[in-house]
Ligand binder design. Sequence first.
Ligand code: ADP
Length: 264
Amino acid sequence: MRLILLGPPGAGKGTQAQRLVDEHGLVQLSTGDMLRAAVKAGTPVGVRAKDIMARGELVPDDAVVEIVADRIERSDARNGFILDGFPRTVPQAQALDRILAEKGLALDAVIELKVDEGILLDRIKRRIEETKARGERLRADDDPAVLLRRLIAYREQTAPLIAYYLQRRVLHTVDGMAPVDTVADAISDKLRRAAAPVAATARKASVRMEKKTAMGPRKGSKPEIRKKSSPKAPKAGIRKSRGGAARRASARPNKRVRRLTKRR
Ligand code: ADP
């Protein structure tokens, strides 16, 4: 299963990603965490990102795309992942399409956590107070003025992804203002539903394939797929990869994407 969690800062992406990690054994790929690690380690990307992050602005697309592309290559991401904080711009989304298409993979779902922006500021302020009370160090961008800039960056650069994924029919919206458990249940529900039509598509494709082959079903037999070759219905929203036909169909638009986004 390959998922994206989309939502403004403080929407609860990290919390929900952790729940999905625990429940479905996926890996969480948080670009915020990766970039903070790069800053700490003083890598070239980290040096480039440090001040930008402290100001609450977005790190340039090429730097972020590079670290995500490298991370997706690692073996622990092979069975699926949850992207938390990526993509944050349309060019990043196009680059992700290209990265996945090159591997013959596709996104299963994009979950948008919809929240009230006014309440977000209060949430983040509370998070800052709680971090201080625990005696832990604050993040460089844990500051109300910086948060406001991050919210503006979300509105201007990230929110257009809602239309981008809506068009691709992978967007699912849940109410991020509900209690954590309720949000987690709503996400699981969406994932179950998201998996169902894909399984149906794969089944139809399999039936078409069977009809085409000379060794297809004997006359009079139902156009059913034989048990052995039928793709298993996904368990509770978990799916390893799409069937061949579905994968090819979703990879098709990416030829155009390749022309639009060139690797630098
Ligand atoms: P939060 O989850 O609190 O919104 P993150 O930890 O995801 O914040 O990100 C912190 C900062 O890291 C962002 O404000 C931005 O500067 C940088 N960053 C993280 N992901 C990306 C990305 N995909 N593109 C550009 N910048 C990013």
